[in-house]
Write a protein that binds this ligand. Structure first.
Ligand code: ASP
Length: 349
């Protein structure tokens, strides 16, 4: 009996050691490659055909992505915080009519622009989010102000706008957000809705191309942050809110795992709790960032409603490893490492 107990204890110790070794070796490998800082952005994912993108159009998108990421890179390189890098990088994309955020936001069914945004601090797990605002020029600034200056995590619609005014944020007339391309997209969706040729969401999908913007960063202090800003989906109605302002779905950051920003068909990203799920797979299953992102975007999301969960994520882990995973034919994306090496992409390679 004594021998059996001794033998079982020995076996237990051996198995535990083996498990520890495995965990350590995975993390040690990453630690040995730990970057000083790292940044990654997206400008939305979608069914993008190369043929529909003229070289000039591709150039315009790539230049804006590069301009934006260089702003964040400079902040990080100078020792600034990941939160500042995320916010200021997103500001550039929000001010561009090319993306579905800020200036270039898509139209609702009523012909208005309603913005959603969120930001999260991986060090404190503090977060801020705004939903359905119509007059705040840079919704990511509102999300940050909600995180820092209010006792709440999420504010919506008129209340959020009142708070934005009180905080002295830039307020614009709704007409500021008008772009012809977004209006044309709404008209296309409405026309197909009337003809009932394809499902509303098929058309919405094609039209909106999910031009949401997002950023995730690791700073020199070892802190992660992520943020997301969007106009939502073309032809949305009934006060629809997507995943972008939802912490855990559209945005998540935790210094122990990773920082994530999502883009895609929001309803599926909410049901899949995508951003948090990637972090959870890393925390509880010890997957690497790349493995976790792949599992969620290529397996778990498409398993909902026969593969309707279209979209992608960008993410960075606490070692500066980056993931840019998407299950669509394209995702506007860019990343820069601490050596200043830049990658910008649109289509699947
Ligand atoms: N996820 C956003 C939403 O559903 C759309 C997008 O990513 O472009 O509101």
């Amino acid at each position: 009996m004594k021998n059996t107990v001794f033998f079982l204890s020995l076996l237990f110790v051996l198995v535990s050691c083996k498990r520890d070794t495995k965990t350590t070796s995975k993390n040690t490998h990453s630690k040995s490659q730990k970057a000083e800082f790292s940044i990654v952005i997206h400008g939305g994912a979608g069914m993008m055909k190369k043929d529909n993108f003229s070289p000039e159009k591709q150039k315009a998108y790539k230049e804006k992505l590069e301009e934006a990421i260089r702003v964040g890179y400079d902040i990080l390189n100078d020792g600034g915080t990941s939160l500042d890098a995320v916010q200021k990088t997103i500001n550039i994309l929000e001010d561009s009519p090319l993306f579905n955020a800020g200036k270039g936001a898509v139209f609702t069914n009523e012909g208005t622009n309603e913005h959603d945004a969120s930001i999260m601090d991986g060090k404190t797990l503090n977060a801020g989010a705004s939903a359905g605002t119509k007059t705040v020029k840079n919704p990511i600034n509102l999300a940050r102000a909600i995180m820092n200056k209010s006792p709440h995590v999420m504010l919506a619609r008129e209340g959020a706008e009142t708070f934005a005014k009180e905080q002295g944020l830039d307020i614009v007339r709704p007409a500021y957000f008008y772009t012809e391309k977004s209006m044309k997209a709404l008209e296309r969706v409405k026309a197909s809705e009337n003809k009932k040729t394809t499902s509303l969401y098929d058309e919405t999908l094609k039209a909106s191309k999910f031009g949401t913007v997002g950023c995730a960063a690791l700073d020199k202090h070892g802190n992660l942050a992520a943020g997301t800003s969007t106009g939502g989906m073309t032809n949305k109605r009934w006060g629809r809110i997507g995943d972008s302002p939802l912490i855990g779905a559209g945005t998540y950051a935790n210094n122990n795992t990773c920082a994530v920003s999502s883009t895609g068909w929001g309803e599926y990203f909410i049901r899949g709790m995508v951003a948090y799920d990637i972090s959870a797979l890393m925390a509880y299953k010890n997957l690497s960032l790349k493995e976790a992102a792949k599992e969620v975007i290529q397996n778990k999301l498409p398993s909902l409603d026969n593969g309707q969960g279209n979209g992608g994520i960008i993410a960075v882990d606490s070692y500066g490893n980056v993931a840019m995973e998407f299950n669509t034919s394209g995702m506007f994306r860019a990343t820069m490492n601490d050596k200043g090496e830049l990658y910008v992409g649109i289509f699947k390679n």
